[in-house]
Design a protein around this ligand. Sequence first.
Ligand code: HC1
Length: 568
Amino acid sequence: MIKLKINNEEIEVEEGTTILKAAEELGYKIPTLCYQEDLSITGSCRICVVEIKGQQKLVPSCATAVEEGMEIITNSEEVKQVRRDIFELIIANHPFDCKLNCLTCARHGDCELQEVAQVIGVEEIEYEFIEKEWDTDTTSPSVMRENTKCITCGRCVKTCEEIQHAGVLTLTNRGPATEVSTFMDKGMGNVDCTNCGQCLTACPTGAIHEVYRINEVISALHDPDKHVVVQTAPAVRVALGEEFDMESGINTEGKMVTAMKKMGFDKVFDTNFTADLTIMEEGFEFIDRLKNDGPLPLITSCSPGWIKFAEHNYSDLLDNISSCKSPQQMFGALTKSFYPEKVDVDPADVVSVSIMPCTAKKFEAEREEMTDTGYQDVDHVLTTRELAEMIKEYGLNFVNLKEEEYDDPFGISTGAAVIFGATGGVMEAALRTAYEVLTEEELGNVDLEMVRGFEGIKEAEVDINGQTVKVAVASGLENAHQLLKHKDDYHFIEIMACPGGCLNGGGQPISNDSDVLEKRREGLYNTDKEREFRKSHENPAIQKLYDDYLEEPLSEVSHKYLHTHYHK
Ligand code: HC1
């Protein structure tokens, strides 16, 4: 252990602890910009400098380990002045006149740059604003980069490389010309970007944000000739409340349904319905492959960031990936096929909207494969944040809204569906159904804890009819990359692009609560426990859909609308 003093207070910490972390233990929050807990440390922004008694130079506290007997001052006048000077240099080419720009900024209200400016006491900026000449990158269907707001902290670059194993962003040039860019400056839509949006949740400013589709949705709602339906993904309901100062993890689905009905959506449906449908189709696909020698492992297909990653990096595995479309796309296909027939509406007049915690869903909806109905299955995808924005624009007092139910015929769902939103949830849901179908016995305990939790890679073995079925779960694409080195050890693999699963998607509210993911996760599992049905094959509305339209899992009509193939 190392003994030292911080601001004259004694503390003992483990060897290797950084000054930043040691100060945190004593209750001092040193401002940072380039530092992020789960990324490698570069100490490049220098905002977190502190003074060490006896040393002339200030040191970055995030990148300096404590030493025996050190005496550290985190808040001397010199330290504060140097931080202010550094801050001015960082934002010399950032549009810091927030009176003009902040109102339209994606991070209006939760910009880390503003927060740091307040903490270090910036009162006026002496430098004149230097307009950057770099273009806004609009090449991606999912995310947009506005380099003028970039402070080159490098968090997006490291997230893309270290957590997502994609490495499509890089810092180019030197000195004041430094910028974040892509290979040959081609733009994110023209490189191997997975559209996961983890870069935008890492960004401290509004330099990266989703491609907005709110205006298109509002236009459709105002068009009297359009029949606008909406679906809401599992993970949205436990995070939306955060945008209205509600506690993370509270299931807001009832208020969300009411809000969207007030906005004028003709029908409000639940993606959970097609999560159940996915389990029927994917569960039976797994059973079929298990009985008929593969190809195994079967790998899940509902995360579009993972699919794009596989297309770029694992094209040899495309036959292992389930042919099921994602629940979002299955839903879209039903809203342009079965649904218009049922309610006697021209499918050309149906506008299918989805609310997703994920930016890659915007890309997925625009894939050319997603048009088997003769129409684009899903027309517009909004993130959880965009839905919150719309609710505010409509002047709705979200917290006080009464709670309404989802509409039929796609309103009933099971507990198995809602846990799709957490890493391991798709696997647990699939096993609940596969076990009962294969053994024709009731599963005693449906809580399959062994695939739950936030570890990046999880493994489990399940005995089904005397056969040991080996399964694995990975979330975060670096973890997926590591797991796939041993893919042949398993029968069934779940992969979600975002660490922790969709509850941590690139479209979710950006939170500074360190427990936010755990709270959202608990919200999903609590909802599962409260559901009348907890296994997808027990969903009466799914059973009716098979009776009325799809006939049986993997039928011809199922294959036509609910399955697809991906390409190298
Ligand atoms: Fe997900 Fe899925 S769980 S991919 O994380 O399979 O986005 O929530 O909607 O499609 O159902 C996301 C969440 C989501 C799909 C489902």
